[in-house]
Design a protein around this ligand. Structure first.
Ligand SMILES: Cc1cc2nc3c(=O)[nH]c(=O)nc-3n(C[C@H](O)[C@H](O)[C@H](O)COP(=O)(O)O)c2cc1C
Length: 140
């Protein structure tokens, strides 16, 4: 049984590349064994993460991530059972939204700015799906 989970959170401290590198290193170390794939998107001090994999693995990982002191205000945006992965190419892909085409943001959001706490979870997921389809994200 495959599931997908999308959440957003705020970084507890202003984000720097060391914190981000540590998180990605942990993700890339742990996720392959769990069979979890996904995308970690960073926009200013906001994290948006998609996790895909088995229900047990995704739920356990999500619960661990929620307790992580490096972020706060974790909000679950989408949780669904899926028949196939959309973010299967990455143990944890990375995307910096600051470098995303503003026109693509306007397609899904009221402003050319990503605010996952305001926008419907479905819009944020559709935006990420299109970004993945149209821009190069280094497979890792
Ligand atoms: C925004 C965010 C995303 C994270 N994503 C993952 C992830 O995809 N996989 C993972 O194993 N840990 C992730 N973590 C880290 C976990 O919260 C936790 O620190 C880690 O799984 C502990 O693993 P370790 O004991 O092997 O270091 C994330 C943390 C944050 C703050």
């Amino acid at each position: 049984m495959l599931v997908r989970c999308l959440y957003a959170s705020r970084a507890a401290q202003p984000l720097n590349s060391t914190v981000l590198d540590e998180i990605l290193e942990q993700s890339r170390r742990n996720n392959p064994e769990l069979g979890v794939t996904g995308l970690l998107c960073v926009a200013e001090n906001t994290f948006i993460q998609v996790l895909e994999g088995g229900r047990e693995e995704v739920c356990d990982l999500y619960n661990a991530i929620v307790r992580d002191g490096r972020h706060e205000k974790v909000r679950l945006l989408v949780y669904e059972e899926i028949s196939e992965r959309q973010f299967g190419a990455w143990t944890m892909g990375q995307l910096n939204v600051a470098r995303t085409n503003p026109a693509l943001m306007l397609k899904y959001f009221t402003r050319s700015r990503l605010d996952p706490f305001e926008a419907p979870g479905r819009s944020t997921l559709a935006f990420l799906t299109e970004v993945v389809a149209t821009t190069g994200i280094t497979p890792r």
